[in-house]
Every structure is written in C-alpha cells, then in structure tokens.
Write a protein that binds this ligand. Sequence first.
Ligand code: NAD
Length: 491
Amino acid sequence: MSKLPLLPINVAGQWLLGKGEEYESLYPATGEPVARLRAAGVQDVNEAVAGADHAFRTSGWAQMLPHVRAGVLHRVAALIRERSEELAQLQRQDNGKPISETRALVASAAGTFQFFAAALETLEGTITPSRGPYVTMSVHEPMGVVAAITPWNSPIASEAQKLAPALAAGNAVIVKPAEVTPLLALELAKICEAAGVPKGIVSVLPGKGSVIGDALTKHPLIKRVSFTGGTTTGKHIAHIAADKMMPVSLELGGKSATMVLEDADLDHAVNGVLYGIFSSSGESCIAGSRLFVARGIYDAFVARLAEAAKNLRVGDPASERTQMGPLITARHREGIERYVDLGVSEGGRIRTGGVRPQGGAFDKGYFYTPTILEGLTNSARITQEEIFGPVLVAMPFDTEDELIAQANDSIYALAAGVWSRDFKRAWRTGRAVQAGTVWINTYKQFSVSTPFGGWRDSGLGREKGREGIFQYMEQKSMYWGTNEEPIAWAN
Ligand code: NAD
C-alpha cells in the first residue's frame, strides 16, 4: 500500500474511515495509486441507513417547499460547475477516461441537477374526474431512504442520474459507487453538503458490491434500489427486491446493433460507428458492438472503418488529443483479450487491433487497441455476450427482414443505430428494432430530458426525463369528501 492519507467515507453525514478493508484506487493509465481508503463495512451500511432514516424524518428535507428544495439542487449544479476542471481531472485519474470525456461527464452531472431542480419546481399532482361527492386527486410522496448503486464506467454522471431525481423527490439517498471508482461520489457528497442538503440525507459507501451493495439492498429501511451495472448483478438484486416487495430500477448490459444501409452517408456512418464502439474504450453499456453493413457496400465500408480505427489516438488520458484511454483494470483487459481469442477460435478474423499497444507509457497502463473482427455470425459467443471493451464484430446483411431478425436476436435490447439517407427506410428500421433507445443517423447522444433504459435483459424502468423523478416517489390517491350529509349506508 502507498503512503497516501486514508480518505474518509460519508456515513449519514459523518466523514469517517470505513470499517471495511483498506484499498487503493489506481490510475488505469499507469497503475499508480490515486487514493487510499477503507471501504465501508456492513456496520457502516446499518449506521448510514439508520442515520438517513432519522434525517428523512427529522431534517425537514422532505417537507421543504418544492422551489426551496429546487434552489438547493441548483446550488449543487453551480458548485459542480465551479469545480468542473478539478472534478474532471480527478475523474480522469479515478477512471482513466480521456479528459475530454470526463469534462463532458462533469458537465452532464451539473445539467442533471439543474434539470431535476426544474422538474421538481414544476411537478404537479392531478385532480382526477370525480365520480361521487368527493374531490379526487393523485399526488406523489417521497419514499424514505433509497439506494443508488453505480458502476465504474461513467462516475459522477451515473451518480447524478440517480442522486438528483432521488433528492428532488425529497428522499435520503445512500450512494454505493463501484469499488474501483469511489472518488467522484465522495466529492458529490461534499458538494451536496456545501449546497445545503441537510446532514444525513446523502451518504456515500464505497466498497465491495457483494458486501455493501448486498447489505443495502436487503436492508428493510431501503425503500427502493436504483441500480446500474451488469445483468447478472441486476437479476440478483431483482430477486432480493421481490422478497422485500421493493421496487427497483435496473439499467443493465447491452450488445447494441449498428446498422449501415446501402444508402447511408458513409462519412457520417464511419464516424458514428467509430464513436459508438470505441469512445470510452468501449466500456459503455450502449456501445454499438454489433455492426451490420449492407453487403453491397460491406467491403468498402469496413476497409474505411478499419483504417480509421487504426488511426485512433490511443494514449495518455491527460492529453486533449487522446481519443481512447486505458481500460479500467488489468483484469478487465485480460477478460477482453480472452473474448478476442474466443472470437478467433470461433472462426473470426482480426481485421485490425487485437493487441496491446507496446512501448513507453503503454507498458504500465491497461491499454488495448481498437479491434474489429469479421467472419463471425450473429450467433457467435462474442457477438452475443457483452464484452464491455473496444471490440466490434462486423457482419454483412442481405435483406431488411434478415437485418431486423438478426438485430433483434439478442438477450439485450438497450440501444441501436440506423444509418440511412432514405427517411422511410430509416423510420421503418428504427421502429422495427427492439431497443430502449434508437439513434438514426447519429449515435451515443444523450439528453437528460429524454427517458433512458433497456428492454429484456438490458433492464427495467426508465431514468431521466421529467417522469424520472416519479421513480423515487410513491403515488397516492386522495379522496376529499364534499358530502353535506353522512354516508347513507351507515344510517
Ligand atoms: P457490476 O454489476 O459488477 O457492478 C455494478 C455495481 O453493483 C457496483 O457498484 C458493484 O459494486 C455493485 N454490486 C456488485 N455485486 C453486487 C451485489 N451482489 N449486490 C448489490 N450490488 C452489487 O457492473 P460493473 O462491472 O461495475 O459495470 C459494468 C456493467 O454495467 C456492464 O454490464 C454495463 O453494460 C453496465 N452498465 C449499464 C448501464 C445502463 O445504463 N444500462 C450504464 C453503465 C453500465
């Protein structure tokens, strides 16, 4: 272990050393430690939840007038913006993404707080048509203490996506960031505190998912879990939730299809496909990792794509010019290498990449080259299983029907991309493909005002959008009697 000072975690507003094991967050570009901390232990979970429940009941956060609570969230957004460069640099070190990407994630986190402040301030109950001597209303109430469990691939943005609507709704929130990327969630807790969120309303418990995440999910006072991560973990959480009769939202894995039709604008399609799979080093749930290209343009398109992939600038995440940084951990890179070997053993040919870049800084960090495989079918294991790395499988298709059948032949259904200049075909294809999000002539664009989530094994529920706030609220119907006389039945 390094000599870095031990970082405290946040247990119901108290900054203290966790009761779990000591560990380090490593900079994936060099393998050097960025921070040293003690993970949360189960005792911390119990104390955080009890403290959060107390704060929920006594701090006045839930009862604060909407425009006043929204004001606190606007201050969170402003403080994130004030510290944006510092946060982006910290995120780069914690996670290894290129600085251009971490700046965008920090900006998106600020935008998310701003959006949900506005959603809160404009939130309305409804007066429903009355069917008797009463006025009927539908209103929403906060749930209590909710848990936000996040993965390592887009810290601060993932946490904000859950924390902002959950706080806007008036809840207390326990954030469980991924073990390997704890730093931005901890900074977010400091920012919430400085913005005026009452003590105890936000806790941040870094640590092992199988210990902390599990204990949180099972805790009887946790009223909802909002989870982003792998499908296997998501299903495990769903089982626990079923036993507790607890609602969950699950943003899970993907194996998204990108479809290039013969009339596509090829300049746009090449750039979009590259960005869709290789940005974030492919460590993205919505990575367009299955590429279907019309047979007539297949050879020319894949030749251009492979050339462009070869020229992507892989390297130092601190450089403004870098397009692809390292992978998150040495272990994750080994997993990706095993998948590429499997693809070759299944009959695939490596068109480009498939190796670690060599020499200098490359030898210390967890780098891998942008990789394209060909010669496989949609039923190959590496075309069906999520790799979560910079690996694309390219396949030709002949007819529209065959294309749709293959695109939909996946346990996942998170996202898809369609490239075509024929607006009718693009529309038809976009409607026929089964996915939570479809991009037409663009890819991997995000807007907090547009709902996001997956079908099938890609998840349950939707985040973002004005309705995103309702995930963290219970709906209540109210009947307000207007009878002048007592209810006749009891006479
Ligand atoms: P993961 O499932 O291993 O971990 C996600 C989070 O869950 C982490 O905080 C982890 O500590 C915690 N966790 C692990 N075991 C747990 C348990 N038993 N109970 C409760 N919590 C537990 O996923 P990961 O490797 O961190 O992230 C990669 C995965 O996330 C990929 O599958 C990716 O597609 C998915 N992802 C999905 C989205 C989306 O919005 N759909 C976004 C980003 C990532």
